[in-house]
Structure formats: C-alpha cells, structure tokens
Design a protein around this ligand. Structure first.
Ligand code: ADP
Ligand code: MG
Length: 697
C-alpha cells in the first residue's frame, strides 16, 4: 500500500469528503445537525444526496441502499439503482434528498415480536447522519434506523442512538454542576475486541453442523488442545497473515481503524481490535468487521467462525466491549484527574457505573445472552454468569476510604475528603491484569467482557448507556438541590459504596469459591439465556428504558418475544442437525465399522488358523454397544424435539423446555457419538476431526 493515510477511509463519505464536496453553508448545517442531534432540513438533505451520488458514481457505484440492523443481529440491505428513465428511452442517474432520508422496505420478514400486524408490513428506514455513508461492493450504503409504520423500533440502532442522547443529557447535568461550561455534549465510546476462528473451507464443507449452526455438534477431544499455550500471541502462519493483511486493508478502506491483531488462546483462534469510536459508529463498524471477516476468509480458502463456542472443550470467542464516556472536547470522564476537583468528578462517574451495574446486573446479563454464549459464561474460560466489577486494589482501597470518609475513627478517613484531597496516581497497568472479571475497570474505561463474539454490540451498549444515565440523573437531581456541594458529593459517594460494594470483586472469577461468595452477597447468577430473558420485562427494567425514552414498554415486550423465539429456533435447528448427522452419517459409519470387524473375524476364522482375534472381537463388542446407545439416544432426542414443537402457547415455557430438555439430550447423544469417534477407523469416520480442523490451517 503506497499511501495508507490516503487509502484510509477512501470508501467513506466522511468529514473530509463532505468538506470538499458540499457548499460551505450545507456543510455547516449538516455538521450542526450531526453534532447537536438536530432534525435534518430537507433542503440540506437534497444538496447532500446529490453530492453523495456524484461521489459514489465516481467510485463506480450503480446502486444505493439503506443499510440497517434488524433484530436478526445481522445487517440488512435492499439495493436500488440510481437510474431513473427519461422520456427519450434513456436514463439519468438520480438520488434525491428524500431517498437519502427515508426508505420504505417491506418489514414483514423481519422479527418484530408482534409489533407489526401482518396487514401493515411497511417499515421505515431513516438516515442516521451521525454514522457516515460508505461504499461496499459497488453500492452506496446509508446507515439507517429501522422502525415500524407506527414508529416502534424494529432494530438495534434506534435504541442505541436514543441511549446516547439520554446519557449525554444526564452527564451534562453533572458536568455543569462541576462547573464545566464549555462542553456541548457527552459521547459514549467503545472499542470492541473481536475474537474469531479460522478453519480450512474444505473441512467446513464436510460438516453439516458448522454449515447449519456455526458450531460443531460432535467431535472427540483431540490429542493436542491448547494445553501447551503455544498459540496465544504466537507466530502468525503465513496463510492467516495474508488473510489478516487483506482484512485490514478492506477495513481501512471503510474507515474502520483496525489496530491490533494476534493469535488467541485456542488453536485457530485470533483477535482483532479497532481503535475506539462512538458507540454508534463502533456498532456499525463491528457489524461490517464481522461481515468482512467472513468474506475475506473465503478468498483465502478459509471459513471464519464467529460462533461463541465452535468447539467443545476449546476456548470460545467473545467480544470485549471497552466502554467509556467523554466530552465533545475530548475529556474522558472515566480518567482519573490530577486535581481534587477532577478526582471528585471522576469518582462520581465511576461510582455511577458501579451503582448502575449492580442495580441492573440482570439487564446487562441479558444484553450478553445468546444461545452460543450459554456455552461460555460460567464455564471456566469466559467470565462467569455472575456480574461483578473489578476495580483493582488501589481503586477499591480508595472506595473503602470514601465509605469511611466521615468516620473519625477510621485511620485513613480524613485523607479522602472529596473536593479537598488528591487521589494517588493510578498506574494504568495495575488494573488490567484480572482476566476473569466480566466487568473490569482498565484505567480509563470499563471492559464488559461477557458479550458474545457473534452478537451485535448494540444491546450491551444501549443498556450500559441507559443504566448509567439513570444513575447520573439521580445524582444530578440531588446535587442540584444541595446547599454544600462537596459534602453532598461525599455523602452520595459514601452511600453508593456502602450500598453497592457487594458487586466489586477483585479475585478469581472462575473459582467455585466466588460462586458461593456471590450467592452470599446476593448477586444474581443467571446461568442460561432463557432465564436471563425475563429481565426484559421486569418492572424495574421496563421503567428505566421508558424513563429515558430508549425503548417503550411495548418495544421491550416485543424484544422479549423475539429473544425467546430466536432461542427456540436456534436450538431446534441444532437438534435437527444433530439428529440428521447422527442418523445419516455417524450411525452408518459405526455400522460399517462393525460389519468390517465382523467380516474380519469370520474371514480369519474361515482360514482355520487359530489366530488371536480378541482385538477384533473386543472392538466389535464395544462398537456395537456404543452404536446401540447412540440409536437409543437418537430416539430420546426425537421424542424431546417432538414434545418441544408441540408446546404451543407460552413461548417462555417452550424455550425453557428447549434448554432443560432438548439441549440436554443433544449433549447425551453427542457423548455416545464422540466415544464412537475415538474407536472407529479414521478412514470410515465421515467428519473432519477436531485435530484436523484446529491444526490444519
Ligand atoms: P488494554 O490494553 O487496557 O486492553 P488497549 O489500549 O489495548 O487497552 O485497548 C483495548 C480497546 O479499548 C481498544 O479497542 C481501544 O481502542 C479501546 N479503548 C481505549 N480507550 C477507550 C475509551 N476511552 N473508550 C472506549 N474504548 C477505549
Ligand atoms: Mg483489553
């Protein structure tokens, strides 16, 4: 690449392009709209759309699309060409302001959770001008929000944008109280670290489970796993390195600042981290990153697996959601300051997050829930299903001092009078070493580590933004009425620490002791997706989303339904795939193997030589008995699936049955099949093994 700085963002209608191509007044008006969240003037839209079209056509585009993020978790696009016929049988290329601002895709085939009656299938997409338009595959893509005819959100972007507004207005109240008069708004930022697996396409093609479900439903443990710890940060193989280079280039063209890439813990596992940006743009970028990972992998004869747990017994993949808040002037509100005043402000924002996470742990938990993540959370490799916060020793010590701040009996009490004393410097490194915490403070941001690798990060972020906005609003209301500001800050912080220190935990989150300890502390331990989904309709959570206009009660209810339905469908597909593979591939292989053994036994016997055939006989007995268990398990799973699909009516009970019956039985069937894999002739076994998939890349 000759000139990276020119190349970067070359397919984005970004600020530089707008500056160059828009009349000054239009540029100014658009910037004002973007920065201050105002409504867009149609006259401005007309000029912008024209400039956008010219730019896109110069770059070889023929089509445009409103690019949106329905509840499927992936992105959707419907392409329209720029052509408009003229009376002389020719065409002109057109793209109006109206087409830029608003689209009307048919919404009937997207999950709506009952929000959209079938007779009214119309949905609307509306331009989100805070995320820049870009070019993908010769199409101008316009990031949009997606809602129903009656205005309910049918996507993940709408609540995210609303939550950013909510947090900004509440955080601004706090900043004003601390005397900040220059900041215009507060922006939530995120840098999501994305984990993924790459395997050879020829092996992927032989596995129906990977094709239909994204994860292996069968597979015996290979002789070598990740025990040598030789993959993490290890040399990157040439083929993978070529993939990574090309991926970086594709991402850079789209203005996605892919920064770090390395091998992860498991064999064939890797990670990519971008530089952080606003939660809205980062969410769009993460969706594009996942899409491009899959596309670019195919060009290299590889398949990118984004599932949370493609291989049992091998580390799964997640997404570390590094989150913070900052002013439009660039001040990071979670960065400790150097003056007593700055420190007090920092502690208010920090403690607001602590309180929010403790009070709305269930909402955060469901934001990270999906069927794939059920394999990880609480499984000794990923954070536990219990939400706790890691603050590091020093910060925890500071909070302890705050808790005892007023008490004269405390030795350190007087040291930390808010607004008077200075915090000790907090070295950034000291806080980043705990890898087992689901929610860790890492110096100037929080890292929410529960999010699944395949999931959109929108829910994690709109949840965080909203619950922190809520706590900030409570704090602001108290401070606005306070006669002695410093002492009110002190008592608010003391209260928060007293009430919420139970959520702070600096120890090993993977240990059994923590599970016990957390239970004593009264922290919820929600182990499954199904159980976590309930949080979407609890009164406390409905109220907070409604209060900050992020999601209405109706919208929350619809998301509850959508999540349950998605869960049911996913496990149902997994169960049907398990059955198909067991019946048509694995059992036949076992039968072939036993027939060969039986043939060998008969053949040797027929020679009349008194050879020792105990190896064949013992194997035959073992394989036949495993085949018979497998056949039995097939019957059991079939019954379970049938029962599940007949459980109409209450979606929750049906989903619950899928978790605690169907899913469990899939595991039992798998156990029998995996035992067979360990003894059946490798030439007969129909599936690429774990060893082949993980090491032959
Ligand atoms: P660490 O080593 O502490 O994990 P890194 O600098 O490697 O920190 O950052 C990890 C991720 O966190 C990156 O994606 C980075 O862009 C992101 N990040 C850094 N600062 C912030 C911030 N203020 N807000 C959101 N994300 C951030
Ligand atoms: Mg990190």
């Amino acid at each position: 690449m000759s000139n990276l700085s020119e190349f970067f963002g070359s397919n984005v209608f970004n600020d530089a392009v707008m500056k160059e191509r828009l009349p000054k007044s239009t540029y100014k008006a658009l910037k004002k709209t973007i920065n201050e969240g105002l409504a867009l003037d149609p006259a401005v839209a007309e000029v912008v759309s024209n400039a956008m079209k010219d730019w896109a056509i110069e770059k070889g585009c023929t089509h445009f699309t409103h690019w949106f993020q329905p509840m499927t978790g992936i992105t959707a696009e419907k392409h329209d060409s720029f052509i408009s016929p003229t009376s002389d049988g020719k065409v002109i290329l057109e793209f109006s302001g109206k087409e830029l601002i608003k689209g009307e895709p048919d919404a009937s085939s997207f999950p709506s959770g009952g929000l959209r009656a079938t007779f009214e299938a119309r949905g609307y997409t509306a331009w989100d001008c805070t995320s820049p338009a870009f070019i993908k595959d010769g199409t101008l893509c316009i990031p949009t929000a997606f809602c129903s005819y009656t205005g309910e959100a049918l996507d993940k972007k709408t609540p995210l944008l609303k939550s950013m507004e909510a947090l900004s207005s509440q955080a601004m109240r706090i900043l004003k109280l601390f005397g900040n008069t220059s900041a215009k708004n507060v922006i939530t930022t995120v840098g999501p670290e994305q984990e993924y697996f790459l395997i050879d396409k020829s092996m992927y093609d032989k596995r129906k489970d990977l094709i239909y479900t994204g994860r292996t439903l069968f597979g015996a443990k290979p002789p070598k796993g990740q025990e040598l710890e030789d993959h993490y940060f290890g040399n990157i193989k040439e083929r993978i390195s070529c993939f990574m280079k090309e991926l970086d280039e594709e991402l850079w063209k789209l203005g996605i600042s892919a920064k770090t890439k390395h091998n992860e813990v498991a064999p064939a596992q890797h990670e990519l981290a971008p530089i952080f940006t606003t939660t809205n743009i980062a969410t769009d970028h993460n969706q594009l990153t996942m899409e491009l990972m899959k596309k670019v992998a195919l060009r290299h004869g590889l398949v990118c697996l984004l599932h949370e747990k493609p291989f049992a017994g091998v580390n799964g993949s997640g997404k570390h959601n590094n989150w913070s808040m900052g002013t439009n002037e660039g001040q990071n509100l979670l960065e400790p300051g150097s003056t007593p005043h700055d420190n007090a402000q920092f502690l208010v924002f920090l403690c607001a997050v602590v309180k929010a996470v403790d009070e709305y742990a269930d909402l955060l938990r469901v934001a990270a829930a999906n069927p794939g993540n059920d394999h990880r959370l609480g499984a000794n490799e990923a954070p536990p299903a219990i939400i706790s916060i890691f603050l590091g020793e020093q910060l925890s010590d500071i909070l302890e001092q705050i808790e005892n701040g007023g008490a004269t009996s405390s030795k350190q009490g007087g040291e930390l009078k808010i607004g008077v004393s200075t915090l000790p410097a907090l070295p950034k490194d000291s806080t980043d070493r705990n890898r087992t915490s689901p929610f860790a403070f890492t110096g100037n941001k929080f890292e929410f580590r529960m999010v699944g690798s395949s999931a959109s990060i929108a829910a994690a972020n709109f949840t965080l933004n909203t619950i922190v906005a809520e706590v900030l609003s409570i704090i602001a209301s108290r401070l606005e009425k306070a006669s002695d500001f410093d002492s009110e800050v002190q008592s608010i912080l003391t209260e928060i620490v007293k009430d919420h220190k139970r959520v702070i935990f600096n120890g090993n989150g993977y240990s059994d002791e923590w599970v016990e300890e957390a239970e004593k502390r009264g922290l919820p331990n929600i182990r499954t997706t199904v159980e976590s989904i309930k949080a979407l309709i609890s009164e406390k959570n409905l109220a907070v989303m409604e209060k900050h206009s992020v999601l209405s009660r109706v919208e929350m209810q619809s998301r509850y339904e959508i999540s349950l339905e998605h869960y049911i469908k996913t496990i149902n597909i997994e169960a049907l795939t398990t059955l198909e593979m067991a019946k048509r591939e694995i059992l036949p292989a076992a039968i072939k193997f036993t027939s060969e053994l039986a043939g060998s036994i008969n053949f040797i016997k027929s020679t009349g030589i008194a050879a020792d055939i105990s190896a064949q006989s013992e194997l035959l007995t073992e394989a036949s008995s495993l085949a018979s268990s497998l056949k039995k398990e097939i019957g059991i799973l079939e019954d379970s699936v049938e029962k599940a699909s007949n459980l109409h009516g209450d979606t929750y009970s049906q989903a619950y049955f899928y978790t605690f019956d169907v899913f469990k039985k899939m595991g039992e069937l798998r156990a029998a099949a995996d035992k067979l894999e360990a003894i059946v002739d490798a030439d007969i076994w129909p599936l690429p093994t774990y060893g082949e998939m993980l090491f032959k890349v």
